[in-house]
Write a protein that binds this ligand. Structure first.
Ligand code: PAF
Length: 285
């Protein structure tokens, strides 16, 4: 595995592989790798000859510097995991390599509607940071395929949208959320949870599933009451609910009874940790 830290060295390696007509796949990460990432790498290997994983804790997507500073950094452990997975390249640039003039006045990519709603409303600027870094990585690496988890569902839709609208010749492939047996989605942020919070956290996914069952049973009727009940149950358990609602899974428009393809998106606080999760469902008519 090559560990590359500079854009110059990255270009050289990319040119080398492109000349050999190798198919390149990118798995972008912020490190602190877990089974969700490994699953994306395994998926990537099915599509491409060369798997590149990037590790870059992107300051532009954090709304406050405290959250950025406390983001878990586990570089050596991540390297071992990646070596074990036998990927070809780890691209791990410094912030100054990616943003030599800082992030404040940086050119950015924005998907206007999707990045301002739901999670984007609670975290203004977050998705601009995500799309900008992903656009930069796409330009630097020119992958044929890029791989993202479905846990960050709004992020995934936003990336798919800008890839399409800005004509990037890249196929975006997604993989379902990887969970512990108790339902808790793998996330780098789980590291912040204490023992009690770790016991409570699976209740989020359970509530999402229970809510979907009720919505389907009621054929979409009494949605407001059903959602409120779910929010109350989460609150009683000790979660602070920010987002818990049903959306059209293709457009992220708010649910209305004629939607067939739906998704519950949830963002909650458990102590000082923000957890997100989701589940799609079809409402038969
Ligand atoms: O999902 C993440 O880990 C990040 O948002 C991403 C896509 C690597 C961009 O920094």
């Amino acid at each position: 595995m090559y560990i590359i830290k500079t854009i110059d060295n990255l270009y050289k390696k990319i040119q080398f592989f492109k000349k050999k007509q190798k198919k390149i796949g990118l798995v972008p990460t912020m490190g602190n790798l877990h089974l969700g990432h490994i699953n994306l790498i395994i998926l990537a290997k099915k599509y491409v000859d060369i798997v590149i994983v990037s590790i870059f804790i992107n300051p532009m997507q954090f709304e406050n510097s405290l959250d950025f500073k406390k983001y878990p950094q586990t570089f050596l452990k991540d390297c071992l995991i990646l070596k074990n997975e036998k990927i070809e390249i780890l691209f791990a640039p410094k912030i100054s390599e990616i943003y030599p003039n800082g992030t404040n006045m940086h050119t950015y990519i924005q998907v206007p509607k999707l990045s301002k709603i739901i999670e984007g409303k609670s975290r203004p600027g977050h998705f601009i940071g995500v799309t900008t870094i992903i656009g930069k990585l796409f330009n630097l690496i020119q992958p044929n395929f890029a791989f993202f988890g479905e846990k960050d569902y709004q992020q995934l839709l936003i990336i798919k949208t800008f890839v399409k609208e800005l004509n990037y010749p890249i196929k975006v492939i997604s993989s379902p959320t990887i969970r512990l047996e108790n339902g808790l989605a793998f996330s780098s942020r789980n590291k912040y949870l204490n023992d009690l919070e770790l016991k409570k956290a699976p209740f989020l996914y359970k509530t999402i599933k229970d809510t979907i069952n009720i919505i389907i049973k009621n054929n979409g009727n009494q949605l407001y009451e059903t959602i409120n009940f779910a929010k109350m149950s989460l609150t009683k358990k000790g979660f602070l609910v920010d987002i818990f609602n049903v959306y059209n899974s293709k457009t992220l428009d708010i649910f209305y009874k004629k939607n067939k393809n739906n998704i519950i998106l949830a963002s909650v606080w458990l102590g000082s940790t923000r957890l997100i999760d989701n589940k799609k469902f079809i409402l038969p008519h």
